[in-house]
Write a protein that binds this ligand. Sequence first.
Ligand SMILES: Cc1cc2nc3c(=O)[nH]c(=O)nc-3n(C[C@H](O)[C@H](O)[C@H](O)COP(=O)(O)O)c2cc1C
Length: 204
Amino acid sequence: MSSMISIDHLDAAARFAMLSWTIAPRPIAWITSVSASRENNLAPFSFFTIASTDPLVLVVAIEPRPDGSPKDTLSNILATRQFVVQIAETDRVDEVARSGEDSPPEFDELAALDLPLSKAARVLPLVIDGCAAVFECELVDTRSFGRETLVFGEVVTARIAERLITESGDIDKNNVRPLGRIGSTFAASTPLSRRSAVTARAES
Ligand SMILES: Cc1cc2nc3c(=O)[nH]c(=O)nc-3n(C[C@H](O)[C@H](O)[C@H](O)COP(=O)(O)O)c2cc1C
């Protein structure tokens, strides 16, 4: 058996690097939200997954800013109880990265990035056009373990890009290009056939 090195003794920052490069690639929730005074906000979150399929509930872990204050996304979700999760594809990597840079609450990332926008069907935050999927969410619960706040959002309506649906109504598996996160950089995920994985191992 190959030897393993314990990471139990590492401090949180060092352990984070180990975690973020190995619990990967992670999907990215590109979240739009609005403040109580209706300022738009956009930020990406990769501590993100499906918490439940029926009802459809998504969960995002939001850590505080280095000074301990809450990020705008969390403040907005707690204030309005609504948010929209967009799934961006690899062609939007620059916009996703820029939307994750620190900015004051009054800074409107949506306007600054000049993204194409639409009104949501059921919630207040705007929707970014051209994404693979859009999930309009209402806050149903929060839970904290240490620094992160887990935000649980029940999906009140969801849409998939028409270009990703085949004539027979299936997802077009070869054309989905979801943008992912590995470590502190980005990853492209493409389907991998088991046959090629086995062949590659046999050849190495
Ligand atoms: C791809 C990517 C993924 C991120 N994932 C998370 C995350 O899971 N949790 C988190 O608290 N911050 C995460 N961040 C950092 C936030 O996006 C960043 O702090 C952002 O400025 C928060 O914006 P806000 O204050 O408008 O909410 C991520 C950044 C990037 C670029």
